[in-house]
Design a protein around this ligand. Sequence first.
Ligand SMILES: [Zn+2]
Ligand SMILES: [Zn+2]
Ligand SMILES: [Zn+2]
Length: 443
Amino acid sequence: MIDRLNHPDYDRWAAQIKRSGGCRQPIHLRGKVEHYDQATGHLLHRYTTRTEPDGILRVPCKTRRATRCPACAETYRADTYQLVRTGLVGGKGVPETVSAHPCLFVTLTAPSFGAVHVRREKSGKVLPCHARRNAETCPHGQVMSCTRRHSAEDACLGEPLCPDCYDYEGSVLFNAISPELWRRFTEALRRRFAKLSGLTLKALREQAVISFAKVAEYQRRGIVHFHAVIRLDGPDGPTSPPPAWATAEALADAVQHAAAVVTADVKPLSRTFRWGEQLDVRRITMDGELTEQAVAAYIAKYATKAAECVGTLDRRIQPLDDLAALSIRDHARRLIAACMRLGSLDALADLRLIQWAHMLGFRGHFSTKSRRYSTTLGQLRAAREEHQRAEDITTGRLPLFDEDTVLVIAHWEYAGQGLSAGELLLAAAITGTQLPTAGSGAR
Ligand SMILES: [Zn+2]
Ligand SMILES: [Zn+2]
Ligand SMILES: [Zn+2]
């Protein structure tokens, strides 16, 4: 830290850090950018990292995972919020009239794979977890009842009453198959909505389009469930109003039906998976009980979380990792072990369960949306970079060129990643971000 502070190029280093927005594990790039006049071939401007501190440029890692880099995850969260919100109220190229389109907030859950400890509340009172009169005793001698009123922080929440009875294989297979189940759900929804409207699928497309934005969230038991915004548009997407007959009620009917009927098979094991019975379908309105703001914030909150909130690892499990030695909850360990066991079966190779064991079998995207929903993360990033470029031109760091007459040649190479322990402390002070915990640092 002292070395860095006393170094003659400290100011430039600090400027790089500031610009990377407090990224905890910036990517190091080595390279140059040259601007040539296309007509004369004259070099107009050259930027090279050779004169930068350590001969490198530090750029943000752009991870979405808060455990790895809080600053970049925050950017991702904010972008996801904007992306969901513009699909609800307009902005960033989406017209404001979109807020009048029928729109639902839907939560699709996983089925049960065995009784787990839960905290249930009813009108402000915490209920007993699993109160059963004449509760059965399982083959392992465990009485399948729990009368405790669990606190919200209780470590046993989400853990099975009897781990030996719990269907760990079913749990990780559901995670693995859930992206396919979601895809089938969206198809079934379109088909059902067309049928309710008395149209063929093709005829429906000419009058109305259904678009989605969804996030996956891990429940305490280690299974993903999905929260989705489902919106009805006219044939041209958010810019066109849906026909009057395409109502939120009809859409909700179609959602209920589609969620109940779709299945996805894991054929080699003769297992069929479907959504759980808990299905939540609510209307999103400007001023109702569920506002657009609330939905966007809710969805964005989950965009930066991964399986580590269940108590597993935020990295891939290596074949040589000793599962018993990992400092994780026993429930997570058993879920990971199920992934490793099933992943070694040739017939299930497609599910790539070993590679995704740290995600408890889920290999889907955390937030996805259909093409027509709103803007994209890429567009939001490009807008931010354009803003930065404009700032660089105003402050004289970059000369202003006419892009049509200038040839830009850039060459970049990866030169590492991360900050040293001392640099991390300085970076936190410069950018006003959280101090890192032990274990994060240069890699
Ligand atoms: Zn970062
Ligand atoms: Zn319990
Ligand atoms: Zn048992």
